[in-house]
Design a protein around this ligand. Structure first.
Ligand code: ARG
Length: 482
């Protein structure tokens, strides 16, 4: 495989094969092909409007680019591996198709601004895909919440029984956390949505181009403000890698719980057969592999953020070839995280909840101890003192292997004479839950409010994604048509 270059004038000898192999980015940036053609279509339209190149040449180029776009769409575009990247592949194909006019496409731009533009367009779509996948999972969590408004299970802190909660409250906790993860992608989208095209190599160009026009044609909000920053910075890619990592961490934490919950020790849930795997040796096993893999893939996703930060930390302005190493980790991180969220949406929407097991579990661990203390407070005991009294009561229960609810009134009164018959209602687990009706609390009345908020959050995001996606798709259509 001998390397071919379009810009060999400066060189007496051709590139060594090993140099081509080492420097080529085609295996990764082939994924940018469609965006590269769209970017070129916008660029050539602008060059024509600004009379930078003759209209006839521009029309010829646009026609050629459109047919390359069609080839890409129906899978007939063949990559030439002797060319080092996707930009060169497309320009060479174009010129082979339409002749020397193809050489005018690269007027007033460079691969430096071109690759930044392509990558940003790719990332816009990837960000929206990520949001949609996260929202699918959130919808699944909301559904579990909806049908389990009164399902009670132990709530934990330090992995110890703390206070009883509902499954609705538990699922919505994950939903709100993931909702912020999704919002982070949309925030990042706004920041990245400025067009670097026309920054050229680093300093702008002598041609009288219209950067606002290319920016509009490609659905960006505005052109980037500084040509050097345009080709040198990758903060937008790093930010999305972080957003993916943060989401992966949220997913991983959810997975960890679902894995525990499906163990024989908990038996809170059972995962659907379609989303579980078996063991090659132990016939009784049903393994939560999707959740485990999602938890496991988190490491790689987090790695992308580290790669990006370390890769860019020592770079002087402006473009440096190091930057070519930005795509693989960030593309991988976004794809992996999106796959995980999509799979977890299926897992969550098909879990079988064992309500009675969940409730039974609240019997162990004195989960209503806080409620006994709160009860004493209603009888006028200062909370600190109540805490001490209940502590002693619990110690007695542990020594005698009984639960709080099974104590007789006489036994209770040994710890405080203020305790009455009404203590039994006060510490009944269901009542403990119902009484926590503060804003954001675990009572069914509170979680009804939470669910409404979570649902409207989802609607807002769906609308945001739809508007953003349509704007970009509208641009592609226009570029195809005109
Ligand atoms: N493959 C390169 C990248 O991903 C494209 C830009 C190359 N520019 C250059 N001056 N060699 O960054």
């Amino acid at each position: 495989m001998a390397g071919k270059a379009l810009w060999s004038g400066r060189f007496a000898a051709g590139m060594d094969d090993s140099t081509l192999k080492f420097t080529s980015s085609l295996d990764v940036d082939a994924a940018l092909a469609f965006y590269d053609v769209m970017g070129s279509l916008a660029h050539v339209r602008m060059l024509k409007t600004c009379a930078v190149i003759p209209a006839a040449d521009a029309d010829l180029i646009a026609k050629g680019l459109r047919s390359l776009a069609k080839q890409l769409r129906d899978g007939t575009f063949e990559m030439d591996e002797t060319l080092e990247d996707i930009h060169t592949n497309i320009e060479v194909k174009l010129t082979a198709m339409i002749g020397p006019a193809g050489g005018k496409l690269h007027t007033g731009r460079s691969r430096n601004d071109q690759v930044a533009t392509d990558f940003k367009m790719y990332l816009r779509d990837a960000a929206l895909n990520a949001v949609e996948a996260i929202d699918r999972l959130i919808a699944a969590l909301q559904n579990v919440a909806k049908t389990n408004r009164d399902t009670i299970l132990p709530g934990y802190t330090h992995m110890q029984h703390a206070q009883p909660v509902t499954l609705a409250q538990h699922m919505l906790a994950h939903a709100f956390r993931l909702g912020r993860d999704a919002d982070r992608f949309l925030d990042a989208y706004e920041r990245l949505n400025k067009c670097p095209l026309g920054a050229a190599a680093l300093a702008g160009t002598t041609y009288h181009i219209d950067r606002k026009m290319t920016s509009d044609l490609l659905g960006f909000r505005d052109p980037t403000e500084n040509s050097m920053d345009s080709v040198a910075s990758r903060d937008y890619a790093t930010e999305l890698a972080f957003d993916a990592a943060m989401t992966a961490v949220s997913l991983s934490s959810l997975c960890e719980e679902l894995i525990l919950w499906s163990s024989q020790e908990f038996r809170f849930i059972e995962m659907d057969d379609r989303y579980s795997t078996g063991s090659s040796i132990m016939p009784q096993k049903k393994n939560p592999d999707i959740a485990e893999l999602t938890r496991g893939k988190t490491g790689g996703v987090i790695g992308a953020v580290v790669s990006m930060l370390v890769m860019t930390k020592g770079l002087p302005l402006s473009y440096n070839r190091d930057l070519q190493e930005d795509k693989r980790p960030v593309m991988d991180a976004l794809t992996t995280m999106t796959d995980c969220a999509n799979m977890m949406a299926k897992v969550v929407s098909t879990i079988k909840v064992d309500e009675s097991h969940m409730f039974e579990a609240t019997n162990a661990g004195f989960i209503n101890a806080t409620d006994l203390a709160d009860y004493l407070v209603t009888k006028g005991v200062p909370f600190r003192e109540a805490h001490g009294i209940v502590g002693e009561t619990v110690r007695f229960c542990i020594a005698n292997k009984v639960t709080l609810d099974s104590l007789t009134l006489d036994q209770f009164r040994k710890f405080s004479p203020l305790i009455d018959e009404d203590v039994f209602t006060a510490i009944a687990v269901k009542n403990c839950v119902d009484r926590r009706d503060s804003y954001g609390g675990t009572s069914p009345a509170s979680t009804d409010v939470e669910l409404t908020l979570s649902l409207s959050d989802l609607v807002r995001r769906e609308e945001d994604v739809r508007v953003k996606d349509q704007l970009v798709k509208g641009c592609w259509e226009k570029l195809f048509r005109e």
